[in-house]
Design a protein around this ligand. Structure first.
Ligand code: NAD
Ligand code: MG
Length: 350
C-alpha cells in the first residue's frame, strides 16, 4: 500500500508495488476471446508476456484472435502449456470448461478468474495444489483494451482464494500490471466480497432496481392520463443526464446542477418513495445472495434451459415503454453521431 492510499479501507496497489518477474517468464492461457478475453490476451501480449488463446475448434472467435496475431489452441492444449490459466468464458460455461482443463493443471499452476461466482458458490472446485486468484477489471473489456493502448489503465479488483505457492498475490498483481490495471490502481478484496457485492449491485440498483423504478414512474404517469411520450422523456430519457452528473461528481454534483425546485422536490420526496419497505426488500435480496439461494436458482434455471429467464426477458421487451422509446429514439437519431446529423440535414432539405 502506498502512502497516498492510506485513507482507503482496503489495500490499493500501483505500478511501484509490482514485480513483473512473477509473469515475465510464464505462459498465460486466456480461455475465451469475448469482452474480457480479447483485452487480457492482447494487453498481455503487448506487455511481452507469452500468451496462448484457448478456444474450441468451432469457436467463431478463432479468426479474430488469429487476426490479432495471437496463437490459438484448444482450451485443453492451452491449459496444458500454460502456467497461468485465465478463465474468461461466460460464468455459466465455466464449470463444464473446468472439467476439460482440470487434468492439465500442474501443481503450482494458477487458475485465474475475472469474477468470483463459480469459486464462491462451489461450482468450480480446483485442486489444492494450484493458486486460485482473481483480477477483475472494473469495466467492459473494450475499455480495458482502449485504455491500455492509450497508455492508461483500468482499475481492477484483486483477490486470492487459494495460495498454494505462496506467490499467488504477487503473481496476480503482475498479471494486473500486464493488462494495464496497475497504472490505475488494483484494489484488494476477497472472492466472497466481490461476488456478493457484484450480484447485489446489479439486482438492487444497477440493472433490476433502476429499470423497475423507471417502469413504475412511467406507468404512474400514463395511468394518470399523461402521454406516453412525456412519461418516457421524464422517467427514462433524462436519466442519462442525471447519471452522467453523478458519475462525474457524485450525488452532490447532480444536486448542484439541477434546479432548486428539483433539488427540494427530490430531497423531500425521494426517501418517501424509496422507503423503508424498499430497504427491507434490498436486505432480503442481499440475504438470498449471501445464503446461496439466488445462485442455486440461477444454476437450476440454466440446467433447465432457462425457461423463466426467457419468459421474463420477453415480458420486459413487450413493455409499452420499449415501443414508445423505439419510436422516439428514431425521431432523435440525429443526436447519435455526426454522420447521422449530416443525413438528418440532407433529408431536412428534401
Ligand atoms: P463474453 O460473453 O464476452 O465472452 C465469452 C467468450 O467465451 C466468447 O467470446 C467465446 O470466445 C467463449 N465462449 C462462449 N461460449 C462458450 C462455450 N460454450 N464454450 C467455450 N467457450 C465459450 O464474456 P465476458 O463478458 O468477457 O466474461 C468473461 C468473464 O469476465 C466472466 O467471468 C465475467 O463475469 C467477467 N467479467 C466481465 C466483465 C464485462 O464487462 N464483460 C467485467 C468484469 C468481469
Ligand atoms: Mg458485474
Amino acid at each position: 500500500m502506498t502512502a497516498e492510499d492510506a485513507d482507503f479501507t482496503q489495500p490499493v496497489y500501483h505500478e511501484s508495488d509490482v514485480d513483473r518477474r512473477y509473469v515475465d517468464d510464464k505462459t498465460v492461457a486466456v480461455l475465451g476471446y469475448g469482452s474480457q478475453g480479447h483485452a487480457h490476451a492482447q494487453n498481455l501480449d503487448d506487455s511481452g508476456v507469452d500468451v496462448i488463446v484457448g478456444l474450441r475448434k468451432d469457436s467463431s472467435s478463432r479468426s479474430a484472435a488469429k487476426a490479432d496475431g495471437l496463437r490459438v489452441e484448444t482450451p485443453k492444449q492451452a491449459a496444458r502449456e500454460a502456467d497461468i490459466v485465465s478463465v474468461l468464458v461466460p460464468d455459466t460455461v465455466q464449470p463444464s470448461l473446468f472439467e476439460t482443463i482440470e487434468p492439465e493443471l500442474d501443481a503450482g499452476d494458477t487458475l485465474q478468474f475475472a469474477h468470483g461466482f463459480n469459486i464462491h458458490y462451489g461450482q468450480v472446485e480446483p485442486p489444492e495444489d494450484v493458486d486460485v486468484t482473481m483480477i477483475a477489471p472494473k469495466s467492459p473489456g473494450h475499455l480495458v483494451r482502449r485504455n491500455y493502448e492509450a497508455g492508461q489503465g483500468t482499475p481492477a479488483l484483486l483477490a486470492v482464494y487459494q495460495n498454494a505457492t505462496g506467490d499467488a498475490q504477487q503473481e496476480a498483481l503482475a498479471y494486473a500490471d500486464g493488462i494495464g490495471c496497475a497504472r490505475a490502481g488494483v484494489v484488494e478484496t476477497t472472492f466472497r466480497e466481490e461476488t456478493e457485492t457484484d450480484l447485489f449491485g446489479e439486482q438492487a440498483v444497477l440493472c433490476g432496481g433502476v429499470t423497475s423504478l423507471v417502469k413504475t414512474g412511467y406507468e404512474t404517469l400514463v395511468d394518470a392520463g399523461y402521454s406516453p411520450e412525456m412519461a418516457y422523456f421524464e422517467c427514462l430519457n433524462e436519466l442519462k443526464l442525471i447519471v452522467d452528473l453523478m458519475y462525474e461528481g457524485g450525488n452532490s454534483e447532480m444536486w448542484d446542477s439541477v434546479s432548486d425546485t428539483a433539488e427540494f422536490g427530490g430531497l423531500t420526496r425521494g426517501d418517501e418513495i424509496v422507503d423503508e419497505h424498499v430497504r427491507e426488500n434490498m436486505e432480503e435480496a442481499l440475504e438470498e445472495v449471501q445464503n446461496g439461494e439466488f445462485a442455486r436458482e440461477w444454476i437450476a434455471e440454466n440446467q433447465a434451459g432457462r425457461p423463466s429467464y426467457r419468459q421474463r426477458r420477453q415480458a420486459e421487451q413487450n413493455h409499452e415503454i420499449e415501443e414508445v422509446g423505439e419510436r422516439l429514439r428514431d425521431l432523435f437519431a440525429w443526436a447519435d453521431d455526426d454522420a447521422d446529423v449530416e443525413q438528418a440535414e440532407v433529408s431536412a432539405d428534401d
